[in-house]
Design a protein around this ligand. Structure first.
Ligand code: FE
Length: 334
């Protein structure tokens, strides 16, 4: 193919993209790392209520971020919705988000769950708690710190520190504690491991359940799922650090892309997701906690009772992410 012809094709496809975007003001495209079954039912409700069609592209967060970057100004994406404040922070560092000033978003979402520059907003809370079996429940650990103690030698199971959930947990320690205190906890955990680290929270839970170890640290919705499927026997949740900073809280959330051609509608969708109508479902479907105050919780969550949450600004989980990775490495926590 000669070069001018290639340019023609490129120009033609750019033209098509431009036309698409100018006529489809009633369509929003959402790139998401959330599993479709967790988010589709809520977006369907929005479409029904507003007549706005939503095109969903789901995939791995890092791959979607790369795709957004490669597509540049021609990206069809209007919103990026993902999990973990560390990932949202990375996305804002990649400069993909349009800062939004919306009183609906700032009223609905507590300040610590929003980017200070209004680039992304938390839409649900994800609590990283301790889970023990009957044996661990005899003298339950009161803190993440306690799991580093000698009494937990060969009794602890953990998911790999390569997972962003654990990087964020470690980042929260670095925010609250000194580097030295954090190192003590991480190397204590590493010394107490009963087995190699796991690739998923669910595998860690099953190891605790079977007695391979007596405690682990997981996002509470993974335990919720087992209970919901009636296979959560021999497992109890513990809310750590209730006498100090509170249990570690992460978020799922999203933002509007600065390359969106339909920013006003994209903001409206984000606002709706933070509102009363959507918040219950948004949190309910994945057994998460709503960011909007005083919302109804899933019965499984209700059965776990109230607890104190760490109120640190979650964007710091991103700021401290690199340091967290290094701290895990230094403590031999793989
Ligand atoms: Fe998860």
């Amino acid at each position: 193919m000669n070069l001018p012809k290639l340019y023609q094709i490129l120009a033609f496809s750019l033209f098509l993209t431009a036309c698409d975007q100018s006529v489809n003001q009633d369509t929003l495209t959402v790139y998401t790392s959330r599993q479709p079954q967790l988010i589709e039912p809520i977006l369907d409700k929005y479409s029904e209520a507003t007549g706005i069609d939503i095109v969903l592209l789901s995939g791995n967060a890092q791959q979607l971020l790369e795709r957004i970057e490669v597509e540049g100004i021609n990206s069809p994406a209007d919103l990026f919705i993902t999990v973990d404040a560390g990932v949202l922070w990375q996305a804002s560092q990649a400069n993909i988000f349009e800062p939004i000033s919306s009183s609906i978003l700032t009223n609905n979402i507590p300040k610590n769950f929003r980017d200070p520059e209004g680039k992304w907003f938390g839409l649900s809370k994800r609590i990283r708690a301790i889970v023990v079996n009957d044996k661990g429940n005899q003298a339950p650990p009161k803190s993440y710190h306690e799991l580093a103690g000698k009494q937990w030698k060969n009794r602890l199971c953990l998911r790999t520190s390569a997972k962003v959930y654990n990087q964020s947990l470690i980042a929260s320690m670095l925010f609250r504690l000194s580097e030295e205190e954090t190192h003590k906890i991480l190397s204590g955990w590493s010394n107490n491991l009963a087995t190699k680290v796991f690739s998923s929270d669910t595998l860690a839970l099953k190891a605790v359940q079977s007695g391979q170890c007596d405690a682990t640290i997981v996002n509470s919705y993974y335990l919720g799922r087992l209970i919901d499927q009636q296979i959560g026997n021999n497992l109890s949740i513990i809310w750590p650090d209730q006498e100090s900073f509170g249990v570690h809280v992460n978020i799922s959330g999203g933002g509007v892309l600065k390359t969106s051609n339909n920013k006003a509608e994209a903001v409206k969708l984000l606002e709706w997701l933070s509102g009363k109508e959507a918040q219950k479902d948004y949190a309910f479907i994945n057994l998460e906690y709503p960011v909007l105050q005083d919302q109804e919780l899933h019965p499984i969550l209700k059965s776990w009772g109230n607890f104190k949450e760490d109120t640190m600004p979650v964007h710091q989980l991103g700021v401290l992410q690199r340091q967290a990775v290094l701290a895990a490495r230094k403590a031999d926590y793989n």
